[in-house]
Design a protein around this ligand. Structure first.
Ligand code: HEM
Length: 599
């Protein structure tokens, strides 16, 4: 439809191109299509309209929605098989020329102007970018360079309107409850000194959170390459070369003999569980069952990423057999959740993997009752949250002891409510998962807990608790790679690889311990290339390290203990901010409320 509408440029392009050439669409035309509600992203300089595909998408609708208005080339190449990428050709509606400047997607609060009205006379440059946008681009670059050269604007006031005018980020909660002004972003630097702990009260509590947000952004800007389009495009270019090299070196080829060893290990743990169960030594029996589950999770993770055979159906069925039939959890729930996590990593509003209110907040921004676009509800910073978060650095491991129980809840909700794709190649997985749940609760619930542990309720309780709590290291491993990393948003121009490396850290461990971490220790590598088989990650690490050195992005690598320390430190930090916020708010209340302006 857009094609037939025919701007002069588009008509010209179709005349010249012939065959498989698509009409040239201007940025303004694409913006208007998105304003009409179309699901449009850019892939290899082509415009893809995925509306019809959304309900069928095995990666879930939200994964695509976070790419609307953006160049999704790197994300798409990371997550899809060649066949899947070929399918996308069917959804092409046009092409673009020149560099694409990302929009903030609608799901993230981006605003799009409808069709150009007659008489609107916006000039377009040779890239099809309107003069207005080119102007913004120049301003952004100017603002960013003033950051990196550490000059400070004389004005200490946070100017929300200016931020909006810069077009960098003005996230507005579509629920209308969360405040829009909390979405501070890259404004020219103007807050207090980096080292200063707290801005002197009285300041309004929300303004306090904004100051923290800007501090976090500023810290990232000082550590990472500037998030301007030119620098980021250069990084993306090198990342693509790296990807080619990785493919050429065969790092996508699965090492099946490594899986044979995995299977032997899993079998050993399962046999030990059965032997002790037979002897009625419930604690060691539960222990080995927990160890078995802990190890299985890594294979589920591989399968969920299509990182074993790389075939969507085969790997997903492996995932379901292992996760659902043997572990009682839903791999399809996990995939839906995890795919979004991979695309908007560590974004407080969008990444479900850091949304654990009321128990944990790893960013001060959660203290402002954010709206989650994943759960589609406000994550209230309520009395319970105030309580748990003030103690979160002490309760971290304690709460993680119960992690596996939470996963049952999420799995059942996913299967029963049918949150997965209802149509298309992934629809039938729901039924297999249901069978898996019945199978699991028959062998585990009835067979083991009820029939085998037959010496009373207390023994059953102990057995269940031990087996579930032994999996705690898994929850530590999952949270470890992200909880201590940045949650700041550096704007729409930041490249996929930089964002992944800025929000994810790796854990250094000797090679013989690789089995214990199950690949999760190479989380940053994995985020860059999600479909690389687990047993090749160590080899890939070397290449990624070279890449990081070349582009000047720090590669975060901590020892396991040190990584834990970082996480606890972050939790303590946010707990402290919560206490300061409470103080700010009580000052306001005792002052008669709300009359303070910050200068
Ligand atoms: C018309 C556009 C699209 C089509 C036809 C499509 C198709 C597919 C297909 C067939 C799969 C199954 C895995 C495979 O065979 O490789 C898949 C998985 C996936 N897609 Fe897409 N996709 C599209 C757009 C996107 C976009 C824009 C994103 C966002 C980055 C995305 C993210 C994912 C993810 C994360 C998975 C992994 C799913 C899993 O492992 O369970 N897709 N997609």
């Amino acid at each position: 439809m857009a094609a037939s509408r025919g701007s002069p440029a588009a008509a010209d392009a179709s005349r010249r191109g012939g065959g498989r050439s698509y009409p040239l669409l201007s940025r303004r035309e694409i913006e208007a299509l998105i304003a009409e509600g179309r699901t449009i992203f850019i892939l290899d300089r082509h415009v893809i309209k995925a509306d019809a595909w959304l309900p069928y998408h095995p990666g879930g609708d939200k994964a695509i929605m976070h790419m609307v208005g953006r160049d999704a080339t790197d994300e798409v190449n990371g997550f899809h098989s060649l066949e899947a990428r070929r399918m996308m050709d069917k959804y092409r509606i046009g092409r673009i020329e020149g560099r694409w400047r990302n929009f903030v997607p609608p799901i993230q609060g981006g605003k799009f102007r409808p069709r150009v009205s007659d008489g609107e006379d916006e000039q377009e440059d040779e890239y099809g970018v309107s003069s207005l946008i080119t102007q913004r681009l120049k301003e952004d670059v100017a603002a960013l360079s003033s950051y990196s050269s550490s000059t400070r604007s004389p004005s200490p006031t946070f100017d929300a309107n200016k931020d909006a005018a810069l077009g960098l980020r003005k996230r507005r909660s579509s629920g209308g409850i969360a405040r829009s002004s909390s979405a501070t972003s890259l404004s020219s630097g103007d807050d207090d000194e980096d080292g200063a702990e707290v801005p002197a009260p009285p300041v309004n509590g929300m303004a306090h959170l904004d100051v923290l947000t800007r501090k976090e952004i500023k810290l990232d800007l000082s550590r990472y390459p500037p998030p301007d389009p030119v620098t980021q495009e250069a990084i993306a270019e090198k990342y693509r070369l790296l990807h080619e090299r990785i493919k050429a070196e065969g790092l996508y080829d699965c090492n099946y003999s490594a899986y044979a060893i995995e299977v032997c290990r899993y079998t050993l743990f399962f046999v030990l569980f059965l032997v002790f169960l037979r002897w009625k030594w419930y604690i060691p029996s539960g222990f080995f069952l927990g160890v078995f589950w802990h190890q299985l999770a890594f294979t589920v993770h591989d399968a969920g990423h299509l990182g074993i055979t790389h075939d969507f159906q085969t790997d997903t069925v492996i995932g379901i057999l292992v996760a659902d039939f043997l572990g009682g959890l839903s791999v399809c729930w996990w995939k839906r959740n995890h795919n979004v996590h991979h695309i908007v990593t560590n974004s407080p509003e969008h990444d479900p993997d850091i949304e654990h209110m009321p128990f944990f907040a790893i960013s001060h921004r959660f203290l402002g009752s954010l709206r989650s676009t994943y759960y589609e509800r406000v994550m209230q910073y309520d009395a319970a949250a105030r309580f748990f978060i003030s103690l979160q650095h002490y309760l971290y491991y304690v709460i993680l002891l119960f992690g596996r129980f939470n996963l049952y809840r999420l799995s059942w909700a996913h299967i029963l409510l049918g949150q997965g794709p209802r149509r298309g190649p992934a629809a039938w997985h729901r039924w297999l998962e249901m069978a898996g749940q019945v199978f699991f609760w028959t062998w585990f619930g009835y067979g083991v807990v009820y029939r085998c542990v037959d010496t009373g309720a207390w023994d059953r309780f102990v057995f269940v608790m031990v087996s579930h709590m032994v999996t705690t290291p898994l929850h530590v491993q999952i949270t470890l790679s992200h909880f201590a990393m940045s949650t700041a948003d550096l704007g729409v121009d930041e490249s996929f690889p930089q964002k992944m490396l800025r929000t994810t850290m790796d854990v250094d461990c000797p090679q013989w311990l690789d089995f214990f971490h199950g690949g999760l220790q190479f989380q940053a590598i994995h985020h860059l290339f999600p479909r690389i088989p687990r047993h090749n990650l160590r080899k890939t690490q070397r290449l990624v390290q070279e890449f990081c050195d070349e582009v000047g992005i720090p590669y975060a690598l901590y020892g396991f203990v040190d990584g834990n320390r970082q996480v606890i430190g972050r939790l303590a930090d946010v707990a402290r901010q919560a206490a300061i916020l409470a103080k700010c708010q009580s000052v306001l209340v005792s002052d008669g409320g709300g009359h303070h302006h910050h200068h």
